[in-house]
Design a protein around this ligand. Sequence first.
Ligand SMILES: [Ca+2]
Ligand SMILES: [Ca+2]
Ligand SMILES: [Ca+2]
Length: 334
Amino acid sequence: MRSGCARLARTTVLASLTLGALACYAQSNTTVNLNGITRTSNGSGGWNYDTWKPIRASSPGWVHQTADGYLIDPVNDQQTGQYDSDFAGSTTAPSFFIQTGLINNVEVIAMRVIFNTYDPNIISGKFSGNPVNVRIGIDATGDGALDLYMGPNFQGTPGLVFQQPGTGLNTSPSTTSTGTIFHPGGSPALSANNFNYVELNSANASTYYPGWTTLPDGGKTVSEGMMSWAMPVADINAALATALAAVGKPAVTISPSTFLLWVAFTATQNNSVNQDAYGMTAADNQGILWSQFVDRMNAYGSPVPEPSSYGLFLGLGLTAGAFFRRRRAPRAAS
Ligand SMILES: [Ca+2]
Ligand SMILES: [Ca+2]
Ligand SMILES: [Ca+2]
Protein backbone atom coordinates (compact mmCIF):
# COMPACT_ATOMS: atom_id res chain seq x y z
CA MET A 1 0.00 0.00 0.00
CA ARG A 2 2.70 2.42 0.93
CA SER A 3 4.93 1.79 -2.06
CA GLY A 4 2.06 1.78 -4.54
CA CYS A 5 0.76 4.99 -3.18
CA ALA A 6 4.24 6.47 -3.26
CA ARG A 7 4.40 5.79 -6.99
CA LEU A 8 1.04 7.44 -7.39
CA ALA A 9 2.35 10.46 -5.55
CA ARG A 10 5.27 10.71 -7.96
CA THR A 11 3.06 10.73 -11.03
CA THR A 12 0.69 13.28 -9.61
CA VAL A 13 3.43 15.62 -8.53
CA LEU A 14 2.21 18.65 -10.43
CA ALA A 15 -1.00 18.49 -8.52
CA SER A 16 0.68 17.72 -5.26
CA LEU A 17 -0.04 20.95 -3.52
CA THR A 18 -3.74 20.73 -4.06
CA LEU A 19 -4.46 17.08 -4.77
CA GLY A 20 -1.82 15.32 -2.73
CA ALA A 21 -4.11 14.78 0.19
CA LEU A 22 -6.65 13.08 -2.06
CA ALA A 23 -4.08 11.00 -3.90
CA CYS A 24 -2.56 9.34 -0.89
CA TYR A 25 -4.95 9.60 1.98
CA ALA A 26 -5.00 5.85 2.46
CA GLN A 27 -1.26 5.91 2.94
CA SER A 28 -1.45 7.36 6.42
CA ASN A 29 -2.93 4.34 8.17
CA THR A 30 0.36 3.23 9.66
CA THR A 31 0.75 3.87 13.35
CA VAL A 32 3.77 5.99 14.16
CA ASN A 33 6.03 4.69 16.93
CA LEU A 34 8.02 7.63 18.24
CA ASN A 35 10.28 5.19 20.09
CA GLY A 36 10.71 3.01 17.01
CA ILE A 37 13.90 1.84 15.38
CA THR A 38 15.46 4.31 12.96
CA ARG A 39 16.50 1.88 10.24
CA THR A 40 17.19 -1.79 9.58
CA SER A 41 19.90 -3.64 7.72
CA ASN A 42 19.19 -4.45 4.10
CA GLY A 43 21.35 -7.55 4.39
CA SER A 44 24.05 -6.34 2.05
CA GLY A 45 25.82 -3.68 4.02
CA GLY A 46 23.27 -0.94 3.48
CA TRP A 47 20.16 0.26 5.25
CA ASN A 48 16.41 0.31 4.81
CA TYR A 49 14.54 3.34 6.07
CA ASP A 50 11.09 1.82 6.26
CA THR A 51 9.49 4.20 8.73
CA TRP A 52 11.74 7.15 9.54
CA LYS A 53 12.76 8.87 6.30
CA PRO A 54 16.07 10.74 6.25
CA ILE A 55 16.09 14.17 4.66
CA ARG A 56 17.66 14.05 1.23
CA ALA A 57 20.63 16.14 0.18
CA SER A 58 20.14 18.41 -2.77
CA SER A 59 21.76 16.93 -5.79
CA PRO A 60 24.29 16.88 -7.16
CA GLY A 61 27.36 17.22 -5.08
CA TRP A 62 26.57 18.70 -1.69
CA VAL A 63 29.47 17.69 0.49
CA HIS A 64 27.57 16.65 3.63
CA GLN A 65 25.70 13.55 2.60
CA THR A 66 25.78 9.78 2.82
CA ALA A 67 26.76 7.63 -0.13
CA ASP A 68 23.07 7.02 -0.76
CA GLY A 69 22.23 10.70 -0.86
CA TYR A 70 20.91 11.54 2.57
CA LEU A 71 21.78 14.82 4.18
CA ILE A 72 24.03 14.55 7.23
CA ASP A 73 25.34 16.95 9.82
CA PRO A 74 28.88 16.69 11.17
CA VAL A 75 29.50 16.64 14.91
CA ASN A 76 30.97 19.48 16.92
CA ASP A 77 29.98 22.22 14.48
CA GLN A 78 27.48 24.03 16.67
CA GLN A 79 28.36 27.67 17.11
CA THR A 80 27.89 28.22 20.84
CA GLY A 81 29.84 25.33 22.35
CA GLN A 82 26.83 23.41 23.63
CA TYR A 83 27.05 19.83 22.48
CA ASP A 84 23.46 19.08 23.44
CA SER A 85 22.43 21.38 20.61
CA ASP A 86 24.78 19.81 18.11
CA PHE A 87 23.13 17.65 15.48
CA ALA A 88 25.27 14.52 15.48
CA GLY A 89 25.96 12.37 12.49
CA SER A 90 28.54 10.83 10.23
CA THR A 91 28.93 9.94 6.59
CA THR A 92 27.05 6.71 7.31
CA ALA A 93 24.45 8.05 9.76
CA PRO A 94 21.95 10.81 9.07
CA SER A 95 20.30 12.42 12.08
CA PHE A 96 17.17 14.21 10.82
CA PHE A 97 14.14 12.18 9.81
CA ILE A 98 10.42 12.54 9.26
CA GLN A 99 7.59 10.09 8.89
CA THR A 100 3.82 10.23 8.69
CA GLY A 101 1.02 8.07 9.99
CA LEU A 102 -1.42 7.90 12.86
CA ILE A 103 -1.10 8.35 16.60
CA ASN A 104 -4.37 7.66 18.42
CA ASN A 105 -6.10 7.84 15.02
CA VAL A 106 -4.86 11.37 14.41
CA GLU A 107 -2.85 11.94 11.25
CA VAL A 108 0.54 13.31 12.21
CA ILE A 109 3.92 14.16 10.78
CA ALA A 110 6.64 12.98 13.12
CA MET A 111 10.16 14.37 13.27
CA ARG A 112 13.34 12.92 14.75
CA VAL A 113 16.72 14.52 15.36
CA ILE A 114 19.81 13.26 17.14
CA PHE A 115 21.95 15.49 19.35
CA ASN A 116 25.56 14.90 20.28
CA THR A 117 24.94 14.89 24.04
CA TYR A 118 22.16 13.18 25.95
CA ASP A 119 20.70 14.95 28.98
CA PRO A 120 18.26 12.96 31.14
CA ASN A 121 16.76 16.07 32.74
CA ILE A 122 15.30 17.52 29.61
CA ILE A 123 11.65 16.60 30.11
CA SER A 124 11.65 17.68 33.73
CA GLY A 125 12.58 21.19 32.69
CA LYS A 126 15.87 20.98 34.56
CA PHE A 127 17.77 20.80 31.35
CA SER A 128 20.91 22.84 31.58
CA GLY A 129 21.87 22.78 27.92
CA ASN A 130 20.33 24.50 24.98
CA PRO A 131 18.37 22.37 22.56
CA VAL A 132 15.62 24.64 23.84
CA ASN A 133 14.80 25.87 20.40
CA VAL A 134 15.10 22.92 18.11
CA ARG A 135 12.99 23.84 15.13
CA ILE A 136 11.93 22.20 11.93
CA GLY A 137 11.14 24.63 9.14
CA ILE A 138 9.08 23.99 6.05
CA ASP A 139 8.66 25.79 2.77
CA ALA A 140 5.09 25.09 1.76
CA THR A 141 4.68 27.71 -0.96
CA GLY A 142 7.55 26.57 -3.18
CA ASP A 143 9.50 29.83 -3.25
CA GLY A 144 12.45 28.60 -1.19
CA ALA A 145 11.55 30.72 1.83
CA LEU A 146 10.53 28.96 5.01
CA ASP A 147 6.91 29.56 5.96
CA LEU A 148 6.59 27.95 9.38
CA TYR A 149 8.74 26.53 12.17
CA MET A 150 7.72 23.88 14.67
CA GLY A 151 9.15 21.76 17.42
CA PRO A 152 9.44 21.13 21.13
CA ASN A 153 10.02 24.16 23.29
CA PHE A 154 11.95 23.83 26.54
CA GLN A 155 11.86 27.39 27.75
CA GLY A 156 9.26 27.70 30.47
CA THR A 157 6.79 24.83 30.46
CA PRO A 158 7.94 22.30 27.86
CA GLY A 159 5.49 21.79 25.01
CA LEU A 160 5.10 21.54 21.27
CA VAL A 161 4.88 24.89 19.56
CA PHE A 162 4.81 26.60 16.21
CA GLN A 163 6.79 29.69 15.42
CA GLN A 164 6.37 32.27 12.71
CA PRO A 165 9.31 33.25 10.52
CA GLY A 166 11.09 36.33 11.72
CA THR A 167 11.88 39.30 9.56
CA GLY A 168 14.29 38.53 6.75
CA LEU A 169 14.25 36.27 3.74
CA ASN A 170 14.29 32.94 5.61
CA THR A 171 15.92 31.35 2.57
CA SER A 172 19.32 30.42 4.05
CA PRO A 173 20.74 29.83 7.54
CA SER A 174 22.05 33.39 7.73
CA THR A 175 18.74 34.91 6.65
CA THR A 176 16.57 32.68 8.80
CA SER A 177 15.07 34.11 11.95
CA THR A 178 12.17 33.09 14.11
CA GLY A 179 9.31 35.20 15.37
CA THR A 180 6.19 34.76 17.42
CA ILE A 181 5.67 31.43 19.17
CA PHE A 182 2.10 30.19 19.00
CA HIS A 183 -0.07 27.13 18.82
CA PRO A 184 -3.57 27.21 17.39
CA GLY A 185 -4.89 24.87 20.06
CA GLY A 186 -2.64 25.86 22.95
CA SER A 187 0.80 24.34 23.34
CA PRO A 188 0.32 20.64 24.10
CA ALA A 189 2.45 19.39 26.96
CA LEU A 190 5.04 16.79 26.10
CA SER A 191 3.74 13.26 26.63
CA ALA A 192 4.33 9.75 25.36
CA ASN A 193 1.73 10.47 22.68
CA ASN A 194 3.69 13.30 21.10
CA PHE A 195 7.27 13.19 22.38
CA ASN A 196 10.10 10.74 22.93
CA TYR A 197 13.67 11.32 24.04
CA VAL A 198 16.10 8.48 24.59
CA GLU A 199 19.78 7.95 25.10
CA LEU A 200 21.51 6.57 22.04
CA ASN A 201 24.90 4.94 22.05
CA SER A 202 26.84 2.04 20.63
CA ALA A 203 25.45 -0.32 23.28
CA ASN A 204 21.77 0.19 22.42
CA ALA A 205 22.21 0.90 18.72
CA SER A 206 20.61 -2.42 17.76
CA THR A 207 17.39 -1.22 19.41
CA TYR A 208 17.29 2.36 18.23
CA TYR A 209 19.70 2.87 15.34
CA PRO A 210 21.57 -0.11 13.88
CA GLY A 211 25.03 0.93 12.79
CA TRP A 212 25.20 3.90 15.15
CA THR A 213 28.42 4.45 17.06
CA THR A 214 28.89 7.03 19.79
CA LEU A 215 30.39 10.34 18.82
CA PRO A 216 32.78 12.58 20.74
CA ASP A 217 31.38 15.70 22.33
CA GLY A 218 34.02 17.65 24.13
CA GLY A 219 34.27 15.72 27.37
CA LYS A 220 30.59 15.63 28.29
CA THR A 221 28.58 12.43 28.04
CA VAL A 222 29.54 10.48 25.01
CA SER A 223 26.04 9.14 24.35
CA GLU A 224 23.77 10.95 21.95
CA GLY A 225 20.19 12.11 22.58
CA MET A 226 17.56 10.94 20.11
CA MET A 227 14.52 13.21 20.17
CA SER A 228 11.28 12.46 18.33
CA TRP A 229 7.95 14.26 18.33
CA ALA A 230 4.72 14.38 16.37
CA MET A 231 2.59 17.28 15.14
CA PRO A 232 -0.96 16.67 13.87
CA VAL A 233 -1.32 17.56 10.19
CA ALA A 234 -4.44 19.55 11.02
CA ASP A 235 -2.46 21.61 13.55
CA ILE A 236 0.30 22.22 11.00
CA ASN A 237 -2.26 23.49 8.51
CA ALA A 238 -3.93 25.72 11.08
CA ALA A 239 -0.54 27.15 12.02
CA LEU A 240 0.45 27.50 8.38
CA ALA A 241 -2.69 29.52 7.71
CA THR A 242 -1.79 31.88 10.55
CA ALA A 243 1.84 32.19 9.53
CA LEU A 244 1.11 32.79 5.83
CA ALA A 245 -1.60 35.32 6.58
CA ALA A 246 0.80 37.21 8.82
CA VAL A 247 3.10 37.90 5.88
CA GLY A 248 0.40 38.34 3.25
CA LYS A 249 1.06 35.11 1.40
CA PRO A 250 -1.82 33.12 -0.11
CA ALA A 251 -3.09 30.23 1.96
CA VAL A 252 -1.64 26.80 1.23
CA THR A 253 -2.72 23.49 2.69
CA ILE A 254 -0.30 20.62 2.96
CA SER A 255 -0.75 16.88 3.27
CA PRO A 256 1.86 14.18 3.93
CA SER A 257 2.16 13.87 0.14
CA THR A 258 3.16 17.48 -0.37
CA PHE A 259 6.75 18.04 -1.47
CA LEU A 260 8.27 20.36 1.08
CA LEU A 261 11.64 21.75 1.95
CA TRP A 262 12.42 20.35 5.42
CA VAL A 263 15.12 22.09 7.41
CA ALA A 264 16.29 21.80 11.02
CA PHE A 265 18.25 24.09 13.27
CA THR A 266 18.94 24.84 16.91
CA ALA A 267 19.26 28.14 18.68
CA THR A 268 19.82 29.47 22.18
CA GLN A 269 17.25 32.16 21.66
CA ASN A 270 13.90 32.47 19.99
CA ASN A 271 14.88 34.72 17.15
CA SER A 272 17.84 33.45 15.15
CA VAL A 273 19.77 30.39 14.02
CA ASN A 274 22.82 30.74 16.22
CA GLN A 275 23.72 27.12 16.92
CA ASP A 276 23.52 24.30 14.41
CA ALA A 277 21.95 24.26 10.96
CA TYR A 278 21.33 20.72 9.82
CA GLY A 279 23.28 19.76 6.70
CA MET A 280 26.10 22.28 6.90
CA THR A 281 28.94 23.11 9.24
CA ALA A 282 29.65 26.36 10.99
CA ALA A 283 32.57 26.80 8.59
CA ASP A 284 30.33 26.63 5.52
CA ASN A 285 28.90 29.72 3.88
CA GLN A 286 25.81 30.41 5.98
CA GLY A 287 24.35 32.35 3.08
CA ILE A 288 23.86 29.27 0.92
CA LEU A 289 20.19 28.77 0.22
CA TRP A 290 18.45 26.00 2.11
CA SER A 291 17.21 24.78 -1.25
CA GLN A 292 20.80 24.44 -2.47
CA PHE A 293 21.63 21.68 -0.02
CA VAL A 294 18.27 20.35 1.15
CA ASP A 295 16.17 18.37 -1.31
CA ARG A 296 12.40 18.61 -1.39
CA MET A 297 10.55 15.50 -0.36
CA ASN A 298 7.20 14.43 0.98
CA ALA A 299 6.60 12.91 4.38
CA TYR A 300 6.78 9.43 2.86
CA GLY A 301 10.40 10.10 1.92
CA SER A 302 9.81 10.44 -1.82
CA PRO A 303 11.74 13.13 -3.67
CA VAL A 304 10.31 15.35 -6.36
CA PRO A 305 10.18 13.24 -9.55
CA GLU A 306 12.54 13.83 -12.43
CA PRO A 307 11.05 15.64 -15.44
CA SER A 308 10.37 12.44 -17.39
CA SER A 309 7.67 11.45 -14.98
CA TYR A 310 5.78 14.69 -14.83
CA GLY A 311 5.73 15.81 -18.46
CA LEU A 312 2.29 14.36 -18.99
CA PHE A 313 0.91 16.68 -16.37
CA LEU A 314 2.17 19.99 -17.70
CA GLY A 315 -1.25 20.71 -19.09
CA LEU A 316 -2.71 20.98 -15.65
CA GLY A 317 -1.42 24.51 -15.45
CA LEU A 318 -0.51 24.36 -11.82
CA THR A 319 2.36 26.49 -10.66
CA ALA A 320 4.68 23.91 -9.25
CA GLY A 321 7.64 24.72 -11.45
CA ALA A 322 9.74 25.68 -8.48
CA PHE A 323 9.68 22.08 -7.36
CA PHE A 324 11.34 20.75 -10.48
CA ARG A 325 14.35 22.90 -10.87
CA ARG A 326 17.30 20.72 -10.09
CA ARG A 327 19.93 23.08 -8.90
CA ARG A 328 23.61 22.50 -8.78
CA ALA A 329 24.56 22.83 -5.17
CA PRO A 330 27.80 24.62 -4.55
CA ARG A 331 30.33 22.65 -2.56
CA ALA A 332 31.09 23.90 0.85
CA ALA A 333 34.09 26.02 1.43
CA SER A 334 36.86 24.05 3.06
CA1 LIG B 1 26.34 19.21 14.06
CA1 LIG C 1 28.21 12.30 21.77
CA1 LIG D 1 25.54 21.79 11.16
